[in-house]
Design a protein around this ligand. Structure first.
Ligand code: DAK
Length: 262
């Protein structure tokens, strides 16, 4: 059972979890409590094998997440800054490394830590009102939740550097054009569309999906030869699973597969 959170709403419908960051008055800015609760929600979801996909979104009409909480950060000393950083990185890496896919449904501003949070997710869907940017350089800092690393991996170094050095806020069309988001949908259709993608994923083999996620995430940090060996290993080990037997039997028997993730 999901516990109650102060800064998140977590709803599980059938086998899809929807996490809504819920501080709309502060444009869902990431403070210590949000980061702690996100890490905790990720742990709970990861331990629940009935959940097959996660949607992450922001509360209200205006923002996904307008960055790390500037009010909280303003007076931090080095030690507190380090603590905040380690908490944030822990939360982000838990989200990135969840066994199941995470879809960011970006409903508004995704700035700084908010943009970085979308990049720790597997798939990004933007509403036509979404806006992205890394404005840290205007605050005398630089991206601290992986933005200088994940953005160039997603959109290429040149475009990433332009966004990182200028702090320019880009709209959904530009984000789509550079490959930062997978698709743009009308704001009213955002969650419907995210759920459709989540349901499609949920209908496939959970082990196949999770091994594929691992292959992509870990493989992109390796040279091609090692990355292909990783794929060989993961591919091979799927042949010890019931999902593989079921998937192939179902195809040959011309019926829908019923995967159990075993
Ligand atoms: N933190 C705290 N409060 C925020 C906030 C934020 N990031 N963003 C907005 N708010 C608050 C506003 O102060 C305002 O509060 P009140 O005045 O009503 O009390 C309320 O939310 C509504 O915002 P606005 O009145 O400003 O709304 P506008 O429509 O006029 O403007 C905006 C919307 C999104 C353009 C604007 O709010 C804005 O520029 N917000 C700041 C965006 C920003 O610079 N975000 C990046 C923060 S830097 C680290 C790792 C990572 C990071 C830091 C450290 N470590 C490893 C240690 C990440 C840093 C960042 O994310």
């Amino acid at each position: 059972m999901m516990r109650e959170f102060n800064t998140l709403e977590v709803a599980v419908e059938e086998n899809i979890a929807v996490i809504t960051i819920n501080r709309p008055k502060f444009l869902n800015a990431l403070n210590t409590e949000v980061l702690r609760e996100l890490a905790e929600a990720a742990d709970i979801i990861d331990a629940d094998s009935s959940i097959r996909a996660v949607i992450l979104t922001g509360s209200g009409e205006k923002a996904f997440v307008a960055g790390a909480d500037i009010v909280e950060m303003q007076n931090k000393n080095v030690l507190e800054g380090r603590e905040f950083s380690s908490l944030g990185n822990k939360a982000f890496s838990k989200i990135e490394n969840l066994k199941i896919p995470v879809i960011a449904a970006v409903n508004g501003f995704a700035l700084g830590g908010g943009c970085e949070l979308t990049m720790a997710c597997d798939i990004r869907i933007a509403s036509n009102k979404a806006k992205f940017g890394q404005p840290e350089i205007g605050l005398g800092i630089m991206p601290g939740f992986g933005g200088s690393q994940r953005l160039p991996r997603l959109v290429g170094k040149g475009i990433a550097k332009e966004i990182l050095f200028t702090g320019e806020i880009i709209n959904a069309e530009r984000a789509y054009e550079i490959g930062l988001v997978n698709r743009i949908v009308d704001a009213t259709e955002l969650l419907v569309e995210a759920k459709k993608i989540a349901q499609t994923i949920a209908s496939k083999s959970p082990l196949g999906v999770s091994f594929t996620k691992k292959a992509v995430n870990e493989g992109t940090n390796l040279d091609l030869e090692r990355a292909v060996s990783l794929e060989v290993e993961l591919f091979g080990s799927l042949f010890s699973t019931k999902d593989q037997k079921e998937g192939m039997s179902a195809f040959l028997e011309k019926r829908q597969a019923a995967f159990k993730g075993e």
